[in-house]
Design a protein around this ligand. Structure first.
Ligand SMILES: Cc1cc2nc3c(=O)[nH]c(=O)nc-3n(C[C@H](O)[C@H](O)[C@H](O)COP(=O)(O)OP(=O)(O)OC[C@H]3O[C@@H](n4cnc5c(N)ncnc54)[C@H](O)[C@@H]3O)c2cc1C
Length: 427
Protein backbone atom coordinates (compact mmCIF):
# COMPACT_ATOMS: atom_id res chain seq x y z
CA UNK A 1 0.00 0.00 0.00
CA UNK A 2 1.30 3.43 -0.85
CA UNK A 3 1.58 5.32 2.43
CA UNK A 4 0.53 8.93 2.86
CA UNK A 5 2.52 12.06 2.45
CA UNK A 6 3.49 14.29 5.30
CA UNK A 7 2.45 14.65 8.88
CA UNK A 8 3.18 17.93 10.60
CA UNK A 9 3.08 17.81 14.39
CA UNK A 10 1.85 21.15 15.71
CA UNK A 11 -0.47 23.70 14.05
CA UNK A 12 1.48 26.69 15.30
CA UNK A 13 3.43 29.36 13.46
CA UNK A 14 6.09 27.14 11.93
CA UNK A 15 3.89 24.03 11.56
CA UNK A 16 1.24 25.77 9.48
CA UNK A 17 3.87 27.48 7.31
CA UNK A 18 5.64 24.17 6.74
CA UNK A 19 2.35 22.41 5.96
CA UNK A 20 1.29 25.08 3.45
CA UNK A 21 4.62 24.91 1.62
CA UNK A 22 4.64 21.11 1.50
CA UNK A 23 1.02 21.02 0.31
CA UNK A 24 1.75 23.58 -2.42
CA UNK A 25 4.35 21.14 -3.70
CA UNK A 26 1.64 18.54 -4.16
CA UNK A 27 1.96 16.45 -1.03
CA UNK A 28 -0.94 15.33 1.06
CA UNK A 29 -0.42 17.03 4.40
CA UNK A 30 -2.07 16.33 7.73
CA UNK A 31 -1.42 18.45 10.81
CA UNK A 32 -1.81 16.93 14.24
CA UNK A 33 -2.56 19.53 16.89
CA UNK A 34 -2.97 18.91 20.61
CA UNK A 35 -5.03 22.06 21.19
CA UNK A 36 -8.69 22.51 20.32
CA UNK A 37 -7.79 25.01 17.59
CA UNK A 38 -4.77 25.91 15.44
CA UNK A 39 -2.39 28.78 16.18
CA UNK A 40 -3.37 29.26 19.82
CA UNK A 41 -0.05 30.81 20.87
CA UNK A 42 -0.08 33.23 17.93
CA UNK A 43 -3.26 34.86 19.34
CA UNK A 44 -1.28 35.93 22.42
CA UNK A 45 1.69 37.37 20.55
CA UNK A 46 2.52 41.07 20.65
CA UNK A 47 -0.17 41.64 23.29
CA UNK A 48 -2.78 40.28 20.88
CA UNK A 49 -1.41 42.36 17.98
CA UNK A 50 1.23 39.89 16.71
CA UNK A 51 4.62 41.43 16.08
CA UNK A 52 5.28 39.09 13.18
CA UNK A 53 8.71 40.25 12.06
CA UNK A 54 11.17 43.13 12.28
CA UNK A 55 12.77 45.33 9.65
CA UNK A 56 16.12 45.05 11.40
CA UNK A 57 16.54 41.34 10.84
CA UNK A 58 20.01 40.31 11.80
CA UNK A 59 21.63 37.18 13.17
CA UNK A 60 22.99 39.23 16.10
CA UNK A 61 19.41 39.30 17.42
CA UNK A 62 19.49 35.51 17.92
CA UNK A 63 21.23 33.03 20.19
CA UNK A 64 21.57 29.29 19.62
CA UNK A 65 23.88 26.35 19.17
CA UNK A 66 24.74 27.08 15.53
CA UNK A 67 24.83 30.76 14.66
CA UNK A 68 25.89 29.97 11.08
CA UNK A 69 22.74 27.92 10.54
CA UNK A 70 20.59 30.71 11.99
CA UNK A 71 22.27 33.22 9.64
CA UNK A 72 21.76 30.94 6.68
CA UNK A 73 18.06 30.45 7.53
CA UNK A 74 17.56 34.22 7.72
CA UNK A 75 19.37 34.70 4.44
CA UNK A 76 17.03 32.26 2.75
CA UNK A 77 13.85 33.60 4.38
CA UNK A 78 14.27 37.05 5.90
CA UNK A 79 12.17 40.06 6.79
CA UNK A 80 11.14 40.83 3.19
CA UNK A 81 10.15 37.21 2.58
CA UNK A 82 7.86 37.30 5.62
CA UNK A 83 6.26 40.50 4.34
CA UNK A 84 5.77 39.01 0.86
CA UNK A 85 4.48 35.76 2.30
CA UNK A 86 1.80 37.34 4.45
CA UNK A 87 1.03 39.93 1.82
CA UNK A 88 0.16 37.07 -0.51
CA UNK A 89 -2.05 35.66 2.24
CA UNK A 90 -3.92 38.99 2.20
CA UNK A 91 -2.41 40.95 5.09
CA UNK A 92 -1.40 44.59 5.14
CA UNK A 93 1.07 45.88 7.72
CA UNK A 94 1.76 48.50 10.35
CA UNK A 95 5.38 49.47 10.97
CA UNK A 96 6.16 50.68 14.48
CA UNK A 97 9.84 51.67 14.45
CA UNK A 98 10.65 48.59 12.42
CA UNK A 99 8.42 46.26 14.46
CA UNK A 100 5.88 44.87 12.00
CA UNK A 101 2.25 44.08 12.89
CA UNK A 102 -0.78 43.22 10.76
CA UNK A 103 -2.57 46.47 9.86
CA UNK A 104 -5.70 45.14 11.57
CA UNK A 105 -3.80 45.22 14.87
CA UNK A 106 -5.15 41.72 15.52
CA UNK A 107 -3.09 38.57 15.92
CA UNK A 108 -6.21 36.64 14.97
CA UNK A 109 -5.83 37.96 11.39
CA UNK A 110 -2.51 36.16 11.13
CA UNK A 111 -4.01 32.90 12.39
CA UNK A 112 -7.03 33.23 10.08
CA UNK A 113 -4.87 33.85 7.02
CA UNK A 114 -2.77 30.76 7.75
CA UNK A 115 -5.79 28.55 8.46
CA UNK A 116 -7.49 29.76 5.28
CA UNK A 117 -4.38 28.92 3.28
CA UNK A 118 -4.28 25.47 4.89
CA UNK A 119 -7.90 24.91 3.84
CA UNK A 120 -7.17 26.16 0.32
CA UNK A 121 -4.37 23.60 0.04
CA UNK A 122 -6.49 20.69 1.33
CA UNK A 123 -4.49 20.38 4.53
CA UNK A 124 -6.30 18.39 7.17
CA UNK A 125 -5.87 19.84 10.68
CA UNK A 126 -6.71 17.26 13.34
CA UNK A 127 -7.21 19.14 16.61
CA UNK A 128 -7.31 17.62 20.09
CA UNK A 129 -4.87 14.94 18.93
CA UNK A 130 -1.54 14.68 20.71
CA UNK A 131 1.48 13.05 19.10
CA UNK A 132 3.07 10.70 21.61
CA UNK A 133 5.91 9.20 19.65
CA UNK A 134 7.47 9.06 16.21
CA UNK A 135 8.79 5.72 14.96
CA UNK A 136 10.48 4.89 11.70
CA UNK A 137 10.68 1.52 10.04
CA UNK A 138 12.24 1.16 6.61
CA UNK A 139 11.15 4.42 4.95
CA UNK A 140 7.82 4.76 6.72
CA UNK A 141 7.06 6.85 9.78
CA UNK A 142 4.43 5.95 12.32
CA UNK A 143 3.23 8.85 14.42
CA UNK A 144 1.67 7.38 17.54
CA UNK A 145 -1.03 9.62 18.97
CA UNK A 146 -3.72 9.47 21.62
CA UNK A 147 -6.10 8.94 18.71
CA UNK A 148 -4.41 6.02 16.96
CA UNK A 149 -1.41 5.74 14.67
CA UNK A 150 -0.77 7.71 11.49
CA UNK A 151 1.61 6.69 8.72
CA UNK A 152 3.70 9.11 6.72
CA UNK A 153 6.58 9.35 4.28
CA UNK A 154 7.87 12.40 6.07
CA UNK A 155 7.31 14.15 9.38
CA UNK A 156 7.76 17.81 10.27
CA UNK A 157 7.97 18.30 14.01
CA UNK A 158 6.86 21.83 14.93
CA UNK A 159 5.79 21.45 18.53
CA UNK A 160 7.01 24.80 19.87
CA UNK A 161 7.76 25.17 23.56
CA UNK A 162 6.00 25.45 26.88
CA UNK A 163 6.74 29.18 27.15
CA UNK A 164 3.62 31.17 27.98
CA UNK A 165 1.46 28.10 28.63
CA UNK A 166 -0.11 27.23 31.99
CA UNK A 167 1.18 23.85 33.22
CA UNK A 168 -2.34 22.32 33.11
CA UNK A 169 -2.69 23.25 29.43
CA UNK A 170 0.51 21.64 28.16
CA UNK A 171 0.35 18.72 25.72
CA UNK A 172 0.93 15.34 27.42
CA UNK A 173 4.09 14.84 25.39
CA UNK A 174 6.33 17.56 24.02
CA UNK A 175 8.62 17.70 21.04
CA UNK A 176 11.74 17.48 23.21
CA UNK A 177 10.67 14.04 24.49
CA UNK A 178 9.92 12.86 20.97
CA UNK A 179 13.17 14.11 19.42
CA UNK A 180 15.28 12.87 22.35
CA UNK A 181 13.99 9.34 21.72
CA UNK A 182 15.08 9.73 18.10
CA UNK A 183 18.62 10.45 19.25
CA UNK A 184 18.67 14.25 19.39
CA UNK A 185 20.48 16.23 22.04
CA UNK A 186 18.44 18.81 23.90
CA UNK A 187 20.31 21.93 24.99
CA UNK A 188 19.01 22.72 28.52
CA UNK A 189 15.76 24.67 28.42
CA UNK A 190 15.51 28.00 30.18
CA UNK A 191 12.79 30.65 30.22
CA UNK A 192 13.72 33.69 28.14
CA UNK A 193 12.08 37.05 27.44
CA UNK A 194 10.75 37.26 30.97
CA UNK A 195 11.11 39.20 34.22
CA UNK A 196 14.15 38.90 36.49
CA UNK A 197 13.67 38.14 40.19
CA UNK A 198 16.04 39.93 42.56
CA UNK A 199 16.96 39.74 46.22
CA UNK A 200 16.43 43.24 47.64
CA UNK A 201 12.75 42.82 48.57
CA UNK A 202 12.64 46.06 50.55
CA UNK A 203 13.69 48.07 47.48
CA UNK A 204 11.07 46.46 45.19
CA UNK A 205 8.36 46.91 47.80
CA UNK A 206 9.02 50.64 47.60
CA UNK A 207 9.27 50.94 43.83
CA UNK A 208 6.77 48.40 42.51
CA UNK A 209 4.66 49.89 39.73
CA UNK A 210 7.29 52.44 38.70
CA UNK A 211 8.23 52.57 35.03
CA UNK A 212 11.45 54.37 34.22
CA UNK A 213 14.15 54.43 31.60
CA UNK A 214 17.33 52.61 32.45
CA UNK A 215 20.15 50.40 31.32
CA UNK A 216 20.20 46.90 32.80
CA UNK A 217 23.29 44.70 32.78
CA UNK A 218 23.51 41.04 33.81
CA UNK A 219 26.80 39.85 35.29
CA UNK A 220 27.76 36.20 35.61
CA UNK A 221 30.77 35.61 37.87
CA UNK A 222 31.75 39.28 37.33
CA UNK A 223 31.63 38.94 33.54
CA UNK A 224 29.13 41.10 31.65
CA UNK A 225 26.76 38.54 30.10
CA UNK A 226 24.24 40.91 28.48
CA UNK A 227 22.83 44.41 28.64
CA UNK A 228 19.92 46.40 27.26
CA UNK A 229 18.38 49.84 27.58
CA UNK A 230 14.82 51.15 27.53
CA UNK A 231 11.77 51.33 29.74
CA UNK A 232 12.16 49.20 32.85
CA UNK A 233 9.16 48.08 34.87
CA UNK A 234 9.94 47.78 38.54
CA UNK A 235 7.84 45.07 40.13
CA UNK A 236 7.29 43.47 43.53
CA UNK A 237 9.75 40.69 42.65
CA UNK A 238 12.41 42.54 40.66
CA UNK A 239 12.71 44.00 37.19
CA UNK A 240 10.53 43.48 34.15
CA UNK A 241 9.95 45.37 30.90
CA UNK A 242 11.55 44.79 27.52
CA UNK A 243 15.20 45.48 28.51
CA UNK A 244 14.90 42.97 31.38
CA UNK A 245 13.26 40.47 28.99
CA UNK A 246 16.15 40.82 26.55
CA UNK A 247 18.78 39.91 29.14
CA UNK A 248 16.76 37.36 31.14
CA UNK A 249 18.15 34.37 29.20
CA UNK A 250 21.67 35.28 30.35
CA UNK A 251 20.52 35.47 33.97
CA UNK A 252 18.70 32.14 33.61
CA UNK A 253 21.72 30.31 32.17
CA UNK A 254 24.10 31.93 34.65
CA UNK A 255 21.98 30.66 37.55
CA UNK A 256 21.58 27.28 35.85
CA UNK A 257 25.38 27.05 35.69
CA UNK A 258 25.53 27.97 39.39
CA UNK A 259 27.37 31.21 38.75
CA UNK A 260 27.21 34.29 40.91
CA UNK A 261 24.56 36.27 39.07
CA UNK A 262 23.72 39.89 39.63
CA UNK A 263 22.22 42.85 37.82
CA UNK A 264 23.50 46.37 37.66
CA UNK A 265 21.13 49.16 36.66
CA UNK A 266 21.94 52.65 35.52
CA UNK A 267 18.77 54.66 36.17
CA UNK A 268 20.18 57.72 34.34
CA UNK A 269 22.09 56.21 31.42
CA UNK A 270 22.07 59.40 29.35
CA UNK A 271 23.58 61.61 32.06
CA UNK A 272 27.11 61.30 33.39
CA UNK A 273 27.91 60.93 37.10
CA UNK A 274 29.66 64.30 37.02
CA UNK A 275 26.60 66.05 35.58
CA UNK A 276 24.42 64.50 38.28
CA UNK A 277 26.85 65.50 41.04
CA UNK A 278 26.88 69.10 39.78
CA UNK A 279 23.09 69.25 39.54
CA UNK A 280 22.49 67.84 43.05
CA UNK A 281 25.18 70.09 44.57
CA UNK A 282 23.58 73.11 42.90
CA UNK A 283 20.14 72.12 44.23
CA UNK A 284 21.47 71.68 47.78
CA UNK A 285 22.93 75.19 47.69
CA UNK A 286 19.69 76.68 46.43
CA UNK A 287 17.38 74.82 48.88
CA UNK A 288 19.26 73.68 51.99
CA UNK A 289 16.14 72.85 54.04
CA UNK A 290 14.57 70.02 52.06
CA UNK A 291 15.00 66.28 52.59
CA UNK A 292 17.72 64.52 50.66
CA UNK A 293 15.36 62.57 48.36
CA UNK A 294 13.75 65.83 47.27
CA UNK A 295 16.95 66.87 45.56
CA UNK A 296 16.12 64.11 43.11
CA UNK A 297 12.78 65.71 42.28
CA UNK A 298 12.60 66.12 38.51
CA UNK A 299 15.51 63.73 38.09
CA UNK A 300 14.05 60.38 39.20
CA UNK A 301 10.50 59.17 39.79
CA UNK A 302 9.63 60.16 43.42
CA UNK A 303 9.14 56.59 44.67
CA UNK A 304 12.38 55.53 43.06
CA UNK A 305 14.19 58.56 44.53
CA UNK A 306 13.20 57.55 48.07
CA UNK A 307 14.14 53.92 47.50
CA UNK A 308 17.51 54.98 46.05
CA UNK A 309 18.26 57.07 49.17
CA UNK A 310 17.52 54.01 51.34
CA UNK A 311 19.54 51.74 49.06
CA UNK A 312 22.49 54.17 49.28
CA UNK A 313 22.35 53.84 53.08
CA UNK A 314 21.70 57.56 53.56
CA UNK A 315 19.44 58.71 56.39
CA UNK A 316 16.34 59.80 54.49
CA UNK A 317 15.53 62.52 57.04
CA UNK A 318 18.68 64.57 56.55
CA UNK A 319 18.42 67.86 54.73
CA UNK A 320 20.99 69.73 52.69
CA UNK A 321 21.78 71.84 55.74
CA UNK A 322 22.65 68.70 57.77
CA UNK A 323 25.33 67.71 55.34
CA UNK A 324 28.54 69.38 56.37
CA UNK A 325 30.55 71.20 53.76
CA UNK A 326 33.60 69.38 52.43
CA UNK A 327 34.25 65.65 52.50
CA UNK A 328 30.95 64.62 54.10
CA UNK A 329 28.92 66.41 51.49
CA UNK A 330 31.01 65.03 48.67
CA UNK A 331 30.73 61.53 50.10
CA UNK A 332 26.94 61.64 50.48
CA UNK A 333 26.34 63.10 47.02
CA UNK A 334 28.83 60.59 45.59
CA UNK A 335 26.95 57.70 47.28
CA UNK A 336 23.64 58.96 45.95
CA UNK A 337 24.92 59.28 42.42
CA UNK A 338 26.58 55.87 42.57
CA UNK A 339 23.28 54.34 43.72
CA UNK A 340 21.53 55.94 40.75
CA UNK A 341 24.17 54.95 38.20
CA UNK A 342 25.28 51.61 39.62
CA UNK A 343 22.36 50.02 41.45
CA UNK A 344 23.32 46.38 42.08
CA UNK A 345 21.30 43.39 43.21
CA UNK A 346 21.68 39.64 43.32
CA UNK A 347 19.51 37.71 40.88
CA UNK A 348 17.52 34.96 42.57
CA UNK A 349 15.72 33.63 39.50
CA UNK A 350 13.76 34.47 36.40
CA UNK A 351 10.03 34.03 35.96
CA UNK A 352 8.67 30.58 35.24
CA UNK A 353 8.14 29.09 31.80
CA UNK A 354 4.46 30.01 31.84
CA UNK A 355 5.40 33.68 32.22
CA UNK A 356 8.12 33.63 29.54
CA UNK A 357 7.60 34.51 25.88
CA UNK A 358 10.09 32.03 24.57
CA UNK A 359 12.37 29.21 25.64
CA UNK A 360 16.11 29.28 25.21
CA UNK A 361 17.61 25.86 24.50
CA UNK A 362 16.01 22.97 22.61
CA UNK A 363 17.05 20.53 19.90
CA UNK A 364 20.70 21.24 19.16
CA UNK A 365 21.15 23.03 15.83
CA UNK A 366 24.38 21.10 15.36
CA UNK A 367 22.21 18.08 14.57
CA UNK A 368 20.02 19.87 12.03
CA UNK A 369 20.90 20.09 8.34
CA UNK A 370 20.69 23.32 6.34
CA UNK A 371 17.21 22.36 5.12
CA UNK A 372 15.93 21.68 8.69
CA UNK A 373 16.18 17.92 8.28
CA UNK A 374 17.30 15.89 11.27
CA UNK A 375 20.89 14.75 10.86
CA UNK A 376 19.86 11.39 12.31
CA UNK A 377 16.47 10.58 10.83
CA UNK A 378 15.98 10.99 7.09
CA UNK A 379 12.76 12.80 6.15
CA UNK A 380 12.21 14.06 9.69
CA UNK A 381 12.27 17.85 9.74
CA UNK A 382 12.29 20.02 12.84
CA UNK A 383 11.18 23.66 12.88
CA UNK A 384 10.47 26.65 15.09
CA UNK A 385 10.99 27.15 18.77
CA UNK A 386 11.58 23.48 19.62
CA UNK A 387 15.01 24.09 18.08
CA UNK A 388 17.79 25.69 20.09
CA UNK A 389 17.41 29.22 18.73
CA UNK A 390 15.88 32.15 20.53
CA UNK A 391 15.51 35.70 19.32
CA UNK A 392 15.21 38.94 21.21
CA UNK A 393 11.85 40.70 21.65
CA UNK A 394 10.54 42.32 18.49
CA UNK A 395 9.21 39.75 16.01
CA UNK A 396 12.36 37.62 15.84
CA UNK A 397 10.94 34.42 17.25
CA UNK A 398 8.03 34.39 14.83
CA UNK A 399 10.47 35.19 12.01
CA UNK A 400 12.42 32.08 13.02
CA UNK A 401 9.19 30.07 13.04
CA UNK A 402 8.04 31.25 9.58
CA UNK A 403 11.54 30.85 8.10
CA UNK A 404 12.24 27.35 9.38
CA UNK A 405 8.70 26.24 8.49
CA UNK A 406 9.07 27.63 4.98
CA UNK A 407 12.41 25.94 4.42
CA UNK A 408 11.26 22.57 5.81
CA UNK A 409 8.03 22.60 3.78
CA UNK A 410 9.99 23.33 0.62
CA UNK A 411 12.65 20.71 1.30
CA UNK A 412 10.90 17.65 2.66
CA UNK A 413 10.85 14.62 0.34
CA UNK A 414 12.52 16.73 -2.31
CA UNK A 415 13.58 13.73 -4.31
CA UNK A 416 10.84 11.46 -2.98
CA UNK A 417 7.64 10.34 -4.59
CA UNK A 418 4.51 12.37 -4.14
CA UNK A 419 1.57 10.90 -2.34
CA UNK A 420 -1.51 9.70 -4.07
CA UNK A 421 -4.03 12.04 -2.41
CA UNK A 422 -6.85 9.52 -2.67
CA UNK A 423 -5.33 7.03 -0.22
CA UNK A 424 -6.37 6.92 3.44
CA UNK A 425 -3.85 8.17 6.01
CA UNK A 426 -5.09 6.35 9.13
CA UNK A 427 -4.11 2.80 10.16
C1 LIG B 1 2.82 35.79 25.43
C2 LIG B 1 3.70 35.60 24.21
C3 LIG B 1 3.88 36.65 23.32
C4 LIG B 1 4.72 36.49 22.22
N1 LIG B 1 4.85 37.52 21.34
C5 LIG B 1 5.64 37.39 20.26
C6 LIG B 1 5.73 38.42 19.29
O1 LIG B 1 5.02 39.43 19.35
N2 LIG B 1 6.62 38.24 18.27
C7 LIG B 1 7.37 37.12 18.14
O2 LIG B 1 8.17 37.03 17.20
N3 LIG B 1 7.26 36.10 19.01
C8 LIG B 1 6.40 36.19 20.04
N4 LIG B 1 6.26 35.14 20.91
C9 LIG B 1 6.99 33.88 20.61
C10 LIG B 1 6.28 33.10 19.47
O3 LIG B 1 4.90 33.03 19.74
C11 LIG B 1 6.83 31.68 19.35
O4 LIG B 1 8.24 31.72 19.28
C12 LIG B 1 6.28 30.99 18.10
O5 LIG B 1 4.87 30.86 18.19
C13 LIG B 1 6.90 29.60 17.95
O6 LIG B 1 6.33 28.97 16.85
P1 LIG B 1 6.31 27.38 16.75
O7 LIG B 1 5.61 27.03 15.53
O8 LIG B 1 7.64 26.85 16.99
O9 LIG B 1 5.43 26.95 18.02
P2 LIG B 1 3.93 27.28 18.40
O10 LIG B 1 3.44 28.44 17.63
O11 LIG B 1 3.89 27.33 19.87
O12 LIG B 1 3.14 26.00 17.90
C14 LIG B 1 3.41 24.71 18.41
C15 LIG B 1 2.13 23.90 18.33
O13 LIG B 1 2.44 22.53 18.57
C16 LIG B 1 1.40 21.96 19.34
N5 LIG B 1 1.94 20.77 20.02
C17 LIG B 1 2.93 20.72 20.94
N6 LIG B 1 3.19 19.44 21.30
C18 LIG B 1 2.33 18.67 20.58
C19 LIG B 1 2.11 17.28 20.50
N7 LIG B 1 2.82 16.39 21.22
N8 LIG B 1 1.13 16.82 19.65
C20 LIG B 1 0.40 17.69 18.90
N9 LIG B 1 0.57 19.03 18.95
C21 LIG B 1 1.54 19.51 19.76
C22 LIG B 1 1.04 23.08 20.29
O14 LIG B 1 -0.24 22.89 20.86
C23 LIG B 1 1.14 24.31 19.39
O15 LIG B 1 -0.09 24.63 18.78
C24 LIG B 1 5.41 35.26 22.01
C25 LIG B 1 5.19 34.20 22.89
C26 LIG B 1 4.35 34.35 23.98
C27 LIG B 1 4.13 33.20 24.92
Amino acid sequence: MKVPGIIVIGAGASGMTAAIEAAKRGFKVTIIEANDKPGKKIYATGNGKCNLTNKKMDVSCFRGSDIKLIASVLERFGYKDTINYFSELGLMFKDRNGYIYPASGQASSVVKSLVLECEKNDIKILCKVTALNVLKSADIFTVETDNGNYKADGVILSTGSKAGILPGKLPKVNGYDITKKLGHKIIPLQPALTGIKCKNNAFYKEVQGVRCDGKIMVYSDNRLAGSDMGELQLTSYGISGIPAFQVSRYAAYSLYNKKNTYIQVDFMPDISSQELISKITYKIHGNPNIKISEYLNGILNNKLAEAIVNYAGINKNITGRDIKEGRDKKRIIGCLVQAIKEYKDKVTGVNEFKDAQVLAGGVSLKEIKENMESAYVKNLYITGEVLDADGICGGYNLQWAWATGYIAGNSILKSGEKYDKDKSDKD
